[in-house]
Design a protein around this ligand. Structure first.
Ligand code: TZP
Ligand code: MG
Length: 264
């Protein structure tokens, strides 16, 4: 890092802070609602919001997405759209997240243009390896999981555990956010793998006090990362705001963004 400003990708995208990443679930948010959930969670320290509602049709998703854009205005917290890359522009979102069975990454990047964020779910080392054959700036981060079993995605892959998360985080040139079954009690174990953050649905959506739930995750992450930093850090570890100047020497000294892309 040259110290002249935030590191950006080739598309001029500022690094994402993936530390506490909320994925919305309309059903789990219940009567409290998705916009109110997002507002309370962001006020409590959530750093990324992903709009996810596989059951909504496009028109309804655009309406909900625009409501979230309005909630997030002025917060600096980006809104990403799950799967439906073609709705990012209509919603006015900041990017998208796709799974292995969703839109092709290069087609998604073409549709999004260079300035939008794009994340990709991975479950295996082959998925990470395949991603590294893409142009360096196609992606911003990887989502790894489910790490633990989840009740929030009926068609989720089997839980792959912390060792897989550690392995994939170490192999990835992009920051990795862990997903699947993450609770406050599991945040420290995730942070110790070198992951860049925790992505959750049920640990926030539908909780009796959404703000308190999000704050508990925020504090657990910050506490765990403090330990990680004080203890020398896990292999692959990096935390927002703590990019060492010698980061270019290593693949994983990022703070939410790769310091060194694979040479393709
Ligand atoms: N992708 C993998 S697991 C998952 C998604 C969308 C659901 C995570 O939800 P929860 O409630 O945090 O386990
Ligand atoms: Mg998907």
């Amino acid at each position: 890092m040259d110290g002249t400003g935030p590191r950006t990708t080739g598309g001029g995208r500022a690094p994402l802070d993936l530390s506490v990443y909320l994925i919305t679930d309309t059903g789990q948010c219940g009567a409290f609602g998705v916009p109110a959930t997002v507002a309370a969670a962001v006020a409590a320290g959530v750093t990324v919001v992903q709009l996810r509602d596989p059951d909504a049709d496009d028109a309804d998703l655009v309406v909900l997405g625009r409501a979230l854009v309005a909630e997030l205005a002025g917060t600096g917290v980006p809104l990403l759209v799950n799967d439906r890359v073609h709705l990012v522009e209509a919603i006015g979102a900041d990017g998208a997240h796709v799974g292995q069975g969703d839109a092709d990454v290069l087609e998604a990047r073409d549709l999004l243009g260079p300035h939008a964020y794009l994340g990709l779910s991975v479950q295996t080392a082959s998925h990470v390896q395949a991603a590294t054959t893409l142009p360096a700036d196609a992606l911003d981060y990887l989502g790894v999981g489910p790490v633990w079993p989840t009740g929030s995605k009926p068609d989720a892959a089997p839980a792959s555990g912390l060792e897989r998360l550690r392995e994939l985080s170490a192999a990835s040139p992009w920051p990795c956010v862990a997903i699947g079954g993450i609770t406050v009690d599991r945040v420290a174990a995730v942070a110790a793998t070198g992951a860049a953050g925790v992505a959750v649905i049920s640990a926030i959506c539908g909780q009796p006090d959404v703000g308190a739930a999000a704050r508990a995750l925020r504090e657990a992450w910050d506490g765990a990362v403090g330990e990680r930093t004080a203890g020398g850090g896990a292999a692959g570890g990096g935390v927002a705001g703590s990019v060492p100047d010698d980061a270019a020497a290593g693949l994983h000294a990022w703070a939410g963004v790769p310091t060194q892309r694979f040479v393709l």
